[in-house]
Design a protein around this ligand. Structure first.
Ligand code: THU
Length: 159
């Protein structure tokens, strides 16, 4: 038997001001768009802001439905919009923020498994790492989706 370990790298930031230029703006945008989420069932408002390689920023938020599984997470709303409208422009980064039932940003805002899988696909599609910025206390920055979904299922597996 042989045992392997996979390490992930997480960069922590105490607050918004510790983040630099583009990434600070991106997180501010994800905080803003979280307020427009349609989340009458969970009361959990999530916002995502996607930065494209040409500087374009696309935002999205969670859209819930009375038929619960018909809703969609903020990350996928934003990523699918980006890929639908800018299919040839690589995604550089995504920031994710949330407002919990108490009106505060939760300490940890972490994408669900399905959103991680879509992020992995985005990386594969453009063959570039996507930087993931997760709001909370601390704010966390991952330098690629491998750090969020190690050992993931990639398109290569279908070849
Ligand atoms: N949600 C997101 O939008 N993104 C995540 O990463 C986690 C969960 C949404 C889905 C649902 O509308 C609500 O948060 C509660 O799960």
């Amino acid at each position: 038997m042989r045992t392997k370990e996979i390490r992930v790298k997480i960069n922590e930031f105490k607050n918004l001001d510790e983040l630099t230029g583009n990434f600070k703006d991106l997180l501010i945008k994800s905080r803003e768009i979280a307020k427009n989420a349609y989340a009458p069932y969970s009361g959990f408002f999530v916002g995502a802001a996607v930065l494209l390689e040409d500087g374009t920023i696309v935002t999205g938020n969670n859209q819930e439905n009375a038929a619960y599984p018909s809703g969609l997470c903020a990350e996928r709303v934003a990523l699918f919009y980006a890929n639908a409208n800018y299919p040839d422009i690589p995604v550089t980064a995504i920031a994710v923020s949330a407002i919990g039932k108490n009106g505060q940003i939760p300490d940890l805002v972490s994408p669900c498994g399905s959103c991680r899988q879509v992020l992995l696909e985005t990386e594969s599609r453009f063959e570039k790492p996507v930087i993931v910025i997760l709001d909370g206390n601390p704010i966390q920055l991952l330098e690629g989706v491998e750090n969020l979904l190690p050992f993931g299922f990639r398109p290569h597996a279908l070849k």
